[in-house]
Design a protein around this ligand. Structure first.
Ligand code: NAD
Length: 366
């Protein structure tokens, strides 16, 4: 297969971690007979330096023309970088928001997986962790409370603020379909999270999700109220496969789920639209504090590339090979600085490696 991948290296550790993900993709290409053709796209602080804006129209066109975009991360030190003296619409993050909007990326996917070898980074009790957990938070990204009409005005002498949570059935149906499609590639269970005991938007959400479920008889659907879901994530995370939810609930629950895995450098993410296109990026930021030192953990970006193989190119076997290689490298005792054990005694049982070496070690296990 010939795969046209737009590559946004971005700022800070972005170029370092993206280089390792490309290395892994090329290894997959060589082994399984695929060609990855990369096209560099400027976005973020590096685009501001080169063009004066965080995302040009040419960059948007190049992203649209790609099958998928692999991204590092953008932005700098928000206190000291001159990028943050610019007007908000000219700052690095404005480029990412504009790209998401231009590509209509309405579905955000964030896996939360606990690696046996990194269990001690998980803040949950051993008996709760059990054999670990493997869930996918699917969050609606372009509707709901963050995009509804809002205003602040004086009403009867008191300052009053209003935010509006709006969803129409088409928005719910398209994200629900995506959620069930993803569940079909996993353990075939969807937990739809809402607040249907209070909110009209949630009652419509539940109705449409149930309609969509009829087309996926192999998938088990359950509904859960958002407050209960927040508790269940720390009480029994292993019960979940795909968590399907609206924008604000997903914003909060996905951070909670990633926290219980313990390490930001391990967490991948994808944003999808209603074609096979996706934007794949690590959940963390550009980590300006460690940029250029060759110590950043490239695994989140490598796992994002695995998501790209699975969800844009339908190359499940190849995605499995990358994920298996990551598990093996951890089993073999290799760690980047961010996932080194805290206890001195345990540190002696593993070996600390840099960004490039971690990429090489993963390639060697594919
Ligand atoms: P951050 O995620 O960049 O860093 C938080 C901490 O985690 C730092 O100590 C950093 O060293 C560490 N860390 C992050 N990724 C790591 C990795 N791969 N390996 C090892 N350690 C890692 O968050 P921040 O410091 O709040 O933000 C820095 C910049 O990143 C800001 O400009 C912010 O706006 C931007 N940002 C960008 C994105 C994105 O591109 N999607 C997302 C979040 C933040």
């Amino acid at each position: 297969m010939e795969c046209h991948v737009g590559v946004i290296k971005g700022d800070g550790i972005g170029p370092e971690i993206v280089a390792e993900a490309k290395k892994v993709l090329d290894k997959i290409g060589g082994k399984y007979g695929h060609t990855f053709r990369y096209e560099e796209i400027l976005m973020g602080g590096c685009s501001i330096d080169a063009t004066g804006v965080p995302l040009t129209d040419e960059a948007i066109a190049a992203a649209k023309a790609s099958d998928a975009v692999l991204m590092g991360s953008i932005g700098g030190n928000t206190t000291t970088s001159p990028w943050y003296k610019l007007a908000p619409e000219l700052r690095p993050e404005a480029g990412l928001l504009k790209l998401r909007k231009s590509l209509n990326l309405f579905a955000n996917l964030r896996p939360a997986y606990l690696y046996e070898e990194l269990k001690e980074a998980c803040p949950l009790r051993e008996d709760i962790i059990g054999d670990g957990f493997d869930m996918m938070i699917m969050r609606e990204l372009t509707g709901g409370l963050y995009f509804g009409a809002r205003e602040t005005k004086e009403v009867d002498g008191a300052m009053t603020a209003v935010d509006t949570l709006t969803y129409n059935e088409h928005e719910i149906r398209r994200i629900a379909r995506r959620g069930f499609d993803i569940a079909m590639k996993r353990k075939k269970k969807v937990t739809s999270v809402d607040k249907a005991n209070v909110l009209d938007s949630s009652r419509l959400w539940r109705k449409i999700v149930e309609e969509v479920a009829k087309d996926y008889p192999q998938v088990v659907l359950e509904h859960m109220l958002v407050d209960n879901c927040a508790m269940q994530l720390v009480k029994n995370p292993a019960q979940f496969d795909v968590i399907l939810t609206e924008n604000m609930f997903g914003d909060i629950l996905s951070d909670e789920a990633s926290m219980v895995t313990g390490s930001i450098g391990m967490l991948s993410s994808a944003s999808l639209n209603d074609t096979k296109f996706g934007l794949y990026e690590p959940s963390g930021g550009s980590a300006p504090d460690i940029a250029g030192q060759g110590i950043a953990n490239p695994i989140a970006t490598i796992l994002s590339a695995a998501m790209m193989l699975r969800y844009t190119f339908d190359l499940d076997k190849e995605a499995d090979a990358v994920e298996q290689a990551v598990r093996q490298v951890l089993k073999d005792g290799y760690r980047t600085i961010d996932i080194m054990p805290q206890e001195e005694e345990k540190r002696l049982t593993v070996k600390q490696v840099g960004t490039g070496e971690m990429g090489d070690l993963i390639c060697a296990r594919i």
